[in-house]
Ligand binder design. Structure first.
Ligand code: AMP
Length: 618
């Protein structure tokens, strides 16, 4: 039954609510969905057949941009002006993509290694954000034409492992396409929602989302409780998918025909024809047992049994990743309540049976695996529109977030795997007398020294009233919102001086790099610990030297010449050890100084208190 909204204030029938759209912005294909009569549906093209829009942008001229199927047709004939796989470049720097640059058929600008990548088309340069905005504009136009009304609000999905910079870039692309992005949602969360998992308020379930597309594989383990989605772990391979199945088939056919792969592949037109033939064979074998074709005189025959043998090692790789994801989440297959299949390659029967066998459970494959993420995004959009019970989305940070403290140490404020949204505050102080500015440098990573981690940004808290070192109370707050975007606030509590910034990382981080950072932190743990201990000892010693010097000046009258001389000598000895590399020597010198000055400090305190009491009128 349709509901009619009444605006009580104005006594009128309320305006029709604007639809909020759900968008799956994919590496290979993108699509848009919305809720129609209570059901999520993906929007089709003019022919009424396809819901997928290839994520490909072709520049016919600087002012004529073509997106989707028509752009795909130009991929071979005009590769320099046809951009694909732009999602792989979102929020990344040249350094990040240097290893797989040769993989792209177009030109990536390589001047400034530290800044975000740009793509050269003719004599113009485009950022991945602009190119993604072109794809989003195409999707927006498609749904506007289908509905006959304008839309301006959207939910866009991203992989669960996307970091701050990549999420921010996706949000910016939406903005550029004229969309108000209400929420960035994790793809596995959206896929679960499409199956209605998590919509029940009392649900307490663990879900494995297996996503095998054309070029990428992701496994995510989610937990849903009280309508809250939490990503427990992710794993996968950014270069494993259906394209590899196609390649295996081409190799098999060439071998059967006694042809040399390298030679044949040099003929671009022939290699492309073979690749398309192999893809057709693969897709047909999802529903039939045998396939036969002939491509420019080359016989291509394949049975499903042979195909299974060819792809078994690739499927095994995905199962290994599932095992690792479960291990990271500290779970076993028995703990998994649902298995959701996403991505075109999950139509392959061997993939279905191997996944079901591994998890020892039936899989969810009733919905179109190409559409599930967009359908779930539409459901999330509907939730945000207030049409369904509110569901929260919870995420985890893949790497720790913290700031640099004295000596270049990393002080973790939000730890790796902490739940998001998250808000953590911690108090700091100054290390120099009369310090009026404090630099706050924000880093991401697991190592003890900030130089080994990745800098996200920095800012300066200015105008701290001059006070002795250690007196200002500076509260630093890290606020990580539901999209995984970080805001950092700094406030000097005594004076109320404050400053805040949104951390927009200058460039992103690849999954490989993220894995490397974690491995590095484990391998270097011992060395890091020693370095940290030395630095901490040095910091403590410097503080003691500072207060020791103040103590001598303030208590000149109380101390004998001998006492002053010995204290100075012990301070000097400590200073010498600080210049060295031996943390035990520093600690020993500190102990000696403390042992000697302890009784002096007591005496000084007694004298000072007595003096204060004398002056006090009762
Ligand atoms: P996606 O990136 O999720 O759009 O998945 C695209 C991949 O799914 C491509 O490698 C397609 O060849 C593959 N695919 C699509 N339909 C089928 C099918 N019926 N059987 C096997 N693979 C398929």
């Amino acid at each position: 039954m349709a509901k009619i909204g009444i605006n009580l204030k104005e006594g009128k029938i309320a305006d029709k609510k604007e639809v909020i759209i759900g968008i799956d912005l994919g590496t290979t294909n993108s699509l848009v969905a919305y809720i129609k009569d209570g059901n999520a549906v993906a929007v089709k093209d003019k022919t009424g057949k396809n819901t997928l829009v290839p994520s490909i942008v072709h520049f016919a001229s600087p002012t004529e941009v073509i997106v989707g199927d028509q752009a795909k047709e130009r991929l071979i004939s005009d590769p320099q002006n046809t951009i694909y796989s732009v999602k792989r470049l979102m929020g990344k720097s040249h350094q990040d993509v240097a290893n797989f640059e040769q993989y792209f058929g177009y030109t990536i600008l390589d001047e400034d290694t530290e800044s975000l990548v740009k793509i050269r088309v003719g004599d113009r340069y485009y950022t991945p954000i602009e190119l993604s905005a072109n794809i989003l504009t195409e999707l927006k136009t498609r749904i506007e034409q289908s509905l006959g009304e304008t839309v301006s609000k959207a939910v866009i999905t991203v992989p669960a492992y996307f970091n701050d910079a990549q999420r921010q870039a996706t949000r910016d692309a939406g903005k550029l396409a004229g969309l108000d992005v209400l929420r960035i949602v994790n793809e596995p969360t959206a896929a679960s929602l499409a199956y209605g998992i998590g919509l029940d308020e009392n649900a307490d379930q663990t879900i494995a989302v297996y996503d095998l597309g054309g070029g990428t594989f992701d496994i995510s383990i989610l937990h849903i409780q009280n309508g809250i989605f939490e990503v427990l772990s992710t794993n996968g391979d950014t270069f494993l998918g259906g394209d590899d199945f196609d390649r295996a088939i081409v190799d098999f056919w060439l071998k059967q025909n006694n042809l040399n792969t390298k030679e044949v592949m040099q003929d671009k037109a022939l290699s492309q024809a073979l690749r398309l033939g192999a893809e057709e064979a693969k897709q047909k074998l999802s529903t039939q047992e045998e396939f036969k074709t002939e491509i420019q005189g080359i016989k291509g025959e394949l049975t499903r049994a042979d195909f299974n043998v060819l792809i078994q090692p690739l499927v095994d790789k995905t199962i290994t990743a599932c095992r690792l994801a479960l291990k990271d989440a500290k779970l076993t297959t028995k703990d998994i309540d649902h298995i959701v299949m996403v991505g075109g390659s999950t139509r392959v029967p061997l993939v279905k049976t191997e996944v079901a066998q591994f998890f020892e459970k039936a899989i969810h494959d009733e919905l179109n695996p190409d559409e599930v993420v967009a359908l779930g995004a539409a459901i999330q959009a509907d939730v945000l529109a207030g049409n369904q019970r509110d569901i929260l989305l919870l995420d985890i940070t893949p790497l720790s977030l913290g700031i640099e403290t004295v000596g270049g140490l990393m002080d973790v404020i939000i730890a790796r795997n902490a739940k998001v949204p998250s808000k953590v505050g911690r108090q700091y102080t100054t290390s120099v007398d009369g310090q009026v500015n404090l630099k706050i440098a924000v880093f991401q990573g697991e190592r003890d020294m900030v130089t080994d981690n990745r800098k996200l940004g920095e800012f300066i808290l200015k105008g701290i009233p001059p006070m002795p070192a250690g007196i200002p109370k500076i509260e630093i707050q890290f606020i990580l919102n539901a999209d995984g975007i970080l805001k950092v606030k700094a406030k000097e509590l005594r004076s109320g001086v404050e400053q805040e910034i949104d951390i927009k990382a200058q460039y992103g981080i690849s999954e490989e790099e993220m894995a490397k950072m974690l491995i590095d932190s484990i391998q270097n743990a011992k060395g890091d610990m020693e370095k940290r201990a030395l630095l901490e000892a040095r910091n403590e010693a410097n503080n003691i030297i500072l207060s020791g010097e103040k103590f001598i000046v303030h208590n000149a009258k109380i101390l004998s010449d001998e006492e002053t001389k010995t204290t100075k000598a012990l301070l000097e000895a400590l200073r010498q050890t600080v210049a060295g590399e031996d943390k035990d020597a520093i600690n020993k010198a500190m102990e000696e100084l403390n042992a000697y000055t302890g009784p002096l400090a007591h005496r000084a305190m007694d004298v000072n208190i007595a003096a204060a009491m004398k002056g006090k009128k009762i």
